[in-house]
Design a protein around this ligand. Structure first.
Ligand code: AR6
Length: 521
């Protein structure tokens, strides 16, 4: 019989570095390639004043709805597009209205989509869910007001974070809420067509029309209605004008979005990295979003940031974006991620508690965020979006090229400051069909080169937690450095190609290669 192996306790999570115990924070924000949408000197003296600039309508900046050029309007239109938007939305602030009225308002300035958009999920919300939350009559008029404040709140162009450029944007939570209110009412021009070759084909969608539409599928409609609960709760909080009587005060901090791009010549040479593996906390309990707070929290992203959050998608990334809807605004300006890029978001707030996963998802209630803030009033919360490869055929993941691609992608995400621990898990191993045993090693290697410890949450899988912890211990005891492990993965790649019908288990292959005797542990 095989010896029973008892592992020692995993590395304690309390010993991992979080933002609260990092001295590198609180640096000044304005850096090269960084756009701040407020006046930073006013902010330092406690005032929030939009940074003034000259608006532009060009391929390098977000096309804001109030800047829609008259020259692009249909010649017979009596009002400018923005005036028509204001007029339609204003109707929702006077007296009672139905969801049909909201639909009519939105369609009035989106008439070219009248045969494409349906609002069945929104109607489902109205019929089945609204009775529980009963807030639309309160929140919709406040959302209209917020959306129409756009010209007063955003006074300089918002750059598009385009491929192969390291660039950042910092804005207030109020500015984000205003942009998201516009997204809700589908006011962003040029953003409804993402067919190949169209102007924004390389960008995620931002207008919320797809969230209202479940294509007559009642299961999807019910789930999208749960998403709408999270969204309305968010808007309720950000429009709450009564902070002293209500603990859920309107947020007044900043959030930073950074696209980080590492040129191929500056990526690690994996055959030559002498680092040892770092500390690993691994557990089948806990989640990245909760237990990982203050660490660098990995978003198992789509290359189109936010993935299916505005449609029916409901796995890790989408749920994260529903708990923290400020993340959704990244879809407005983040071009699809290339292999050597990631998006880092510093300071988003958590608004909702949710439960369940995928088809079992539901909105539970408000989350009172008590995470401390830095001098820029950004929450000590940092998310990094890295998109794994989507293995339609899981056998492809063991090729040398794909292993290297995933190593580089993880490294791009993990590299940089502050050197907090990384909170992650089965990145790329659900919708994208990766092998968690391989992805765990890839992430451990990238973390070692990026000089960070790792907290790994296996999402209830005890056996996986055991296997990865044991492999980590064996590798550490045998002083297997990153370059040696890379060589082992390449050997496995060869083995897999030769024996693809009955390949060895990856961890068994590694144990045998390093001459590790099972009984010694
Ligand atoms: N904490 C820890 N582990 C988790 C959590 C969590 N909160 N949620 C899920 N897991 P998946 P992918 C585990 O499928 O394969 C989205 O549409 C769980 O074991 O979300 O990288 C994106 O937009 C799960 O099976 O990530 C992309 O398009 C595994 O992590 C696409 O999915 C993977 O979660 C990314 O797919």
């Amino acid at each position: 019989p095989k010896p029973v192996i008892v592992l020692g306790p995993t590395y304690p999570i309390r010993n991992l570095k979080t933002m609260e115990n990092c001295s590198e924070l609180n640096q000044p924000i304005p850096m090269k390639g960084h756009t701040v949408l407020i006046d930073t000197s006013c902010f330092r003296s406690g005032l929030i004043v939009p940074h003034e600039g000259k608006h532009v309508w060009d391929p390098y900046h977000v096309k804001l709805p109030h800047l829609y050029p008259a020259s692009q309007q249909k010649s017979r239109a009596p009002l400018s597009r923005w005036d028509a938007t204001c007029e339609a939305l204003h109707k929702l602030t006077k007296g009672s209205f139905s969801i049909g009225d909201i639909q009519t308002a939105i369609m009035s300035y989106n008439s070219s989509n009248k045969d494409r958009w349906t609002f069945d999920a929104f109607h489902y919300y109205g019929q089945r869910v609204h009775a529980m939350d009963n807030n639309l009559h309160m929140v919709i008029p406040k959302m209209v007001k917020l959306a129409l404040e756009l010209p007063a709140l955003i006074k300089r162009p918002i750059p598009l974070l385009r491929q192969q450029q390291t660039q950042g944007i910092t804005m207030t939570q109020q500015q984000i809420s205003c942009l998201l209110a516009n997204a809700f009412f589908c006011t962003f021009p040029h953003r409804n067509d993402t067919s190949p070759g169209s102007e924004y084909a390389n960008y995620p969608t931002i207008n919320f029309s797809s969230l209202f539409d479940s294509r007559s599928d009642p299961v999807k409609a019910a789930l999208q209605a749960e998403k709408l609960r999270a969204i309305f709760h968010y808007f309720n909080t950000v429009t709450n004008e009564n902070p002293h009587q209500d603990p859920a005060a309107k947020p007044d901090g900043l959030v930073t979005f950074e696209r980080i791009c590492i040129p191929p010549s500056q990526l690690p040479n994996w055959t030559n990295q002498k680092e040892s593996l770092r500390n690993l906390h691994i557990s089948s309990d806990g989640s990245i979003e909760n237990e990982g707070t203050g660490m660098l929290q990995v978003d198992f992203a789509s290359k189109y940031i936010g993935g299916g959050v505005l449609k029916s998608g409901l796995v890790q990334e989408e749920i994260l974006f529903l708990m923290s809807p400020e993340l959704i605004v990244a879809r407005l300006f983040t071009e699809k991620l290339a292999d050597n890029e990631c998006l880092k978001i510093t300071g988003p707030q958590m608004y909702s508690i949710t439960s369940g996963y995928s088809k079992g998802f539901s909105w539970v209630g408000p989350y009172k965020d008590q995470v401390k803030r830095d001098t820029w009033k950004r929450r000590y919360r940092q998310i990094v979006a890295i998109d794994a490869l989507d293995f339609k055929n899981p056998k492809e993941q063991y090729t040398k090229e794909n292993i290297k691609r995933e190593l580089n992608k993880a490294y791009v995400g993990f590299h940089g400051y502050p050197k907090t621990a990384i909170a992650t898990g089965n990145w790329g191993c659900g919708a994208f069909k990766g092998d968690p045993k391989l992805k765990a090693l890839i992430q451990l290697m990238a973390a070692a080169v990026a000089d960070r410890d790792l907290a790994y949450f296996t999402f209830g899988n005890e056996h996986l937690a055991y296997e990865v912890q044991r492999m980590h211990e064996i590798l550490s005891q045998n002083r297997v450095t990153v370059d040696k492990l890379y060589k082992l993965l390449k050997d496995y790649s060869g083995h897999y190609a030769r024996e693809h019908n009955s390949p060895k288990d990856l961890y068994r292959f590694i144990r045998e290669k390093i001459g590790h005797k099972e009984s010694l542990l």
